[in-house]
Design a protein around this ligand. Structure first.
Ligand code: ATP
Ligand code: MG
Length: 244
């Protein structure tokens, strides 16, 4: 019997920015249907990991595989067509365009107009708040609302996995809860999730597994439930005993 390959896998990746090495033999994977959280301090290589997966930065060694097939050297649009969605850091909405136009931009790689229209309805049902703001100029939305539009836009590409770099950054506690609960809903629709998150305590509550990066190396890999009670994690990322 053949085993299903992980939806995403990095194998022994080395990455350099000029003389600066950002990854040292980085290996990790996301199995189908999982929520996997990437933790680590500032400058540990988290955003670079996301950029490598999307083909925005090229590793100097190692491999990146989607469904067991290498995507090294492919352009970002081709990687997106393979089913990799993204909610980039700082969201990058088209501020002067309406919410509807932003959502339709998410489907730019697709030619199936009728299915895109159906998906818009489905995505708006999942994000009622976005539906209420459909005609509004995206740049005038609140930070939390913009984050929701960014996630809804990612879904419009019909991704099988979504890569998210700090989806709750800058949001109030209420919006952090909302966004994380939406991530769980998206995952419930069968989409795998790979996310960088500073709110480790909350993110690990919805995640299946997590990795901790330290200066470009995986130093801990464990089930989310184990990371939540790991004293090394709690001291470094969860605010010590207060996080209990
Ligand atoms: N374009 C670049 N040119 C040169 N060095 C870079 C570039 N992008 C990132 N780096 C370096 O690579 C290392 C990893 O950066 P990265 O952005 O991946 O970290 P991070 O874990 O996302 O940090 P943060 O938590 O602050 O977002 C850092 O030392 C950073 O200075
Ligand atoms: Mg970063």
């Amino acid at each position: 019997m053949t085993q299903t390959p992980p939806i995403l896998e990095l194998r022994d990746v080395d990455t350099f920015y000029g003389p600066v090495q950002a990854h040292f033999g980085l290996s990790l994977r996301v199995e189908r249907g999982e929520i996997v959280c990437l933790l680590g301090g500032n400058a540990s290589g988290k955003s670079t990991t996301m950029k490598i997966i999307l083909g925005l930065v090229k590793p100097t060694a190692g491999d990146v595989l989607i469904d067991g097939v290498s995507v090294l050297g492919l352009s970002t649009p081709r990687i997106v067509r393979l089913g990799v969605g993204t909610v980039p850091e700082a969201r990058r909405l088209f501020g002067a365009m309406s919410v509807r136009e932003n959502l339709l931009m998410g489907a730019f790689t697709r030619n199936d107009k009728a299915a895109v229209a159906a998906d818009l309805e489905r995505v708006l049902a999942l994000f009622p708040r976005v539906a209420e703001r459909i005609g509004q100029q995206a740049g005038t939305l609140s930070g939390g609302e913009q984050q929701m539009v960014a996630m809804a836009r990612a879904l419009m590409a019909r991704p099988r996995i979504i890569i998210m770099d700090e989806p709750t950054m800058g949001l109030s506690p209420l919006w952090v809860d909302r966004v994380l609960s939406l991530i769980r809903d998206i995952n419930g629709e069968g989409v795998s999730i790979f996310m960088v998150e500073q709110n480790a305590n909350l993110a690990l509550q919805i995640a299946d597994r997590g990795y901790v990066l330290q200066t470009g190396r995986v130093v801990i890999e464990a089930a989310a439930a184990d990371l939540l009670v790991d004293t090394r994690i709690r001291d470094a990322y969860l605010g010590g005993a207060e996080a209990a």
